[in-house]
Design a protein around this ligand. Structure first.
Ligand SMILES: [Ca+2]
Length: 369
């Protein structure tokens, strides 16, 4: 897992002075409590390659200082000196609030915005890589995303705002780029077509479909509550048979959100006597998340089974020999998309950072000799 390296930028000084609303005591009483005054907060950056900021606060008539991140009422630290150190572990725009408390128990506060920029983003070199050849197989098709545009001989865009699962995104061509050896699908918080989020959905429908083989997809996943990247496949006959009779093979799905970004799921969906049936399992990383570096999501699909792998570690197997699973003996086309919100992940919330990107280094289909 890569250690993040950040550069910290301070925005222009924004200081708010607040005094809590309780009124002062009457003049005829002895003065036993005092309100703080003259709060000054300085934020400095000791080392631009770390996410650490140093905070020095001073005020008159103050007995205690507290440090808050954002608008949280709960402090991350308190002391009598006003000297704090805080380390940010995520990139983004944040606010630091310092409160100075007087003997009255009342406080004044100052707010400073800081921008934390990831100075060492994950690169294509980070993470697991699979080989270009396997014994007993030959490469049937691959897209290494090495050009500067999506190869429309292989891929089409599926656009629009009406999708199942109560998803929130509008799919557009504009959210897809190919550059620097990778395909990027970007989910944005952006109003378009009556929706509050945009993203992309790409398909190889009518262009590239396969029955059986080893499929390797190397990808870096996005993260955040409500973000739902998927690398999957549907039967070519969906137009005549409908879903789920066409068969669906989910090579990788991940639902973003706290504690969930270290797990991916592999699933098959099919028709069983007129009912939807599915089977799947998840794989959880021993350390880190799928946003920390690239991983390779694979299936090995043959006449008897579909097996799912992460970084060549098998975590699931479906027996596809039952007659009810004839779906999985037909060609399927690929779909890459990043959905936003919906029934499974739930919707984005204040913790979700936009934009989010799914990056794909390659898709390779190997078929047995
Ligand atoms: Ca590539």
């Amino acid at each position: 897992m890569k250690k993040p390296i950040f550069t910290v930028y301070l925005l222009s000084l924004l200081v708010m002075m607040l005094v809590s609303s309780t009124s002062c005591k009457e003049e005829d009483q002895p003065e036993v409590t005092v309100d703080p005054t003259n709060l000054v907060v300085e934020v400095t950056i000791p080392n631009p390659d770390l996410g650490i900021v140093n905070i020095q606060a001073s005020a008159d008539n103050t007995t205690e200082y507290s440090l808050h991140i954002g608008s949280a009422d709960q402090p991350v630290a308190t002391n009598e000196t006003g000297t704090f150190e805080y380390e940010f572990t995520e990139s983004g725009t944040f606010e630091i609030t310092v409160r100075a408390y007087g003997t009255s128990g009342r406080y004044i506060s100052a707010v400073k915005p800081v921008v934390i920029i990831d100075n060492d983003p994950v690169t294509i070199a980070d993470g697991y890589i699979t080989p270009m050849q396997y014994a007993g197989y030959q490469l049937a098709w691959n897209d290494e995303f090495s050009g500067n545009a999506l190869n429309t001989q292989y891929w089409s865009y599926e656009t629009g705002g009406e999708w199942s699962n109560n998803e929130l995104q509008y799919y557009r061509q504009e959210n897809t780029t190919v550059a620097d050896q990778v395909l990027t699908i970007e989910a944005r918080k952006e109003n378009y077509g009556g929706r509050s989020y945009t993203s992309s959905r790409l398909v190889t429908r009518n262009k590239k479909s396969f029955k059986y083989g080893r499929i390797d997809i190397r990808a870096l996943l996005p993260k955040g509550q409500g973000i739902w990247p998927a690398l999957w496949a549907l039967g070519d006959n969906i137009t005549t048979q409908g879903w789920p009779k066409c068969g669906e093979t989910d090579i990788m799905e991940m639902i973003g959100g706290s504690g969930r970004e270290n797990t991916v799921y592999g699933t098959v969906h099919w028709d069983q006597n007129g009912n939807h049936a599915d089977y799947g399992n998840g794989y959880t990383l021993p350390t880190g998340t799928f946003a920390d570096e690239y991983h390779v999501f694979s299936i090995i699909w043959d006449a008897t089974s579909i097996k799912w792998y992460v970084n060549n570690i098998q975590y699931s197997e479906a027996d596809i020999t039952p007659a009810q699973m004839s779906e999985f003996h037909q060609p399927q086309f690929f779909i890459f998309n990043v959905a936003v919100g919906g029934n499974w992940p739930g919707n984005p919330d204040a913790t979700t950072i936009f934009p989010q990107q799914l990056k794909v280094d390659y898709i390779r289909v190997f078929q047995s000799n």
